[in-house]
Design a binder for this molecule. Structure first.
Ligand code: PAF
Length: 282
């Protein structure tokens, strides 16, 4: 695996791969890699000739009181995992390489409406930071395909919309949620969970599945279902950020005749905010 810190040298290497007729698959990450990230790399490997992974903890997508400074940086372990997964190129730029004019003066990519709800409502500016850095990374790498996890469903939907709206020639590939045995979705932030609360947090996934089963069996009283699910999570001792039954494409509240529905939930533990989702076709 070759490691690049600069846009120019990565572009040179990728231009050569393109000249050789190779297709490029891209997996953007913020590092602290776990099995779910490696699944994204494996998917890119299956579908493309050359795999590029980026590791960049993007300050632009963190709120002022969020965990940018304490976000786990585990470069040596990440590189070992990427080598084992057969990654070809790792792009690990510093902030000045990505934001040479500073973050305040950076041109931004804004995807309205979809980013005002769910995680966007409790993390103002977060998705603007995500779309801006992902658009830049797409321009740097110019991949044929880019792989994102379905666990961050809103992020995936927003990136799909950005690519469509800005005619970015990248195919977005969605990778299934990778889960622990009890259903907890794998996440870099699971490391913030205390031993005491770890066995209880699967309530989020259980509640999502319960709502999904109720919808499959014909229930359409979405507001009541959301309230019942919130109550289950609160009874387990967690504060709910949101629990919403949405249209899978635009993330607005689901209408009774919608056929593609995604149920999304976020809850606070003592040290982390966990998100998860389950989709259902009716
Ligand atoms: O999902 C992430 O890890 C980040 O939001 C991403 C897509 C790498 C952009 O910084």
């Amino acid at each position: 695996m070759q490691v690049f810190h600069h846009v120019a040298s990565l572009r040179e290497a990728l231009a050569e791969a393109r000249r050789d007729g190779k297709t490029i698959g891209f997996v953007p990450t913020m590092g602290n890699l776990h099995d779910a990230h490696i699944e994204l790399v494996n998917l890119a490997r299956k579908q493309c000739d050359v795999v590029v992974v980026s590791i960049f903890v993007n300050r632009l997508q963190f709120g002022l009181n969020e965990d940018w400074d304490t976000y786990p940086r585990t470069m040596q372990a990440d590189m070992a995992k990427l080598r084992a997964a057969n990654c070809d190129y790792l792009f690990h730029p510093d902030e000045a390489e990505i934001y040479p004019n500073g973050m305040d003066e950076q041109t931004k990519v804004i995807c309205p409406a979809m980013t005002d709800v769910l995680c966007g409502a409790s993390r103002p500016g977060h998705f603007e930071g995500v779309t801006t850095v992902v658009a830049k990374l797409f321009n740097i790498v110019q991949p044929k395909k880019a792989v994102f996890g379905i666990k961050d469903f809103q992020q995936l939907a927003v990136i799909r919309r950005m690519v469509e709206d800005l005619c970015i020639p990248v195919e977005i590939v969605a990778a299934p949620v990778h889960r622990e045995d009890d259903g907890l979705a794998m996440s870099s932030r699971n490391g913030y969970l205390s031993e005491e609360e770890r066995p209880r947090v699967a309530i989020l996934n259980r509640s999502l599945n319960w709502v999904s089963d109720e919808i499959k069996s014909g229930r359409k009283d979405f507001a009541a279902l959301e309230d019942e699910a919130r109550a289950k999570i609160e009874q387990a001792g967690f504060k709910v950020d949101y629990f919403s039954i949405c249209n899978s494409k635009d993330l607005q509240p689901a209408a009774h005749d919608d056929s593609e529905i995604t149920i999304l939930g976020a809850m606070y533990t003592s040290g982390a905010r966990l998100i998860d989702n389950v989709s259902v076709s009716v």
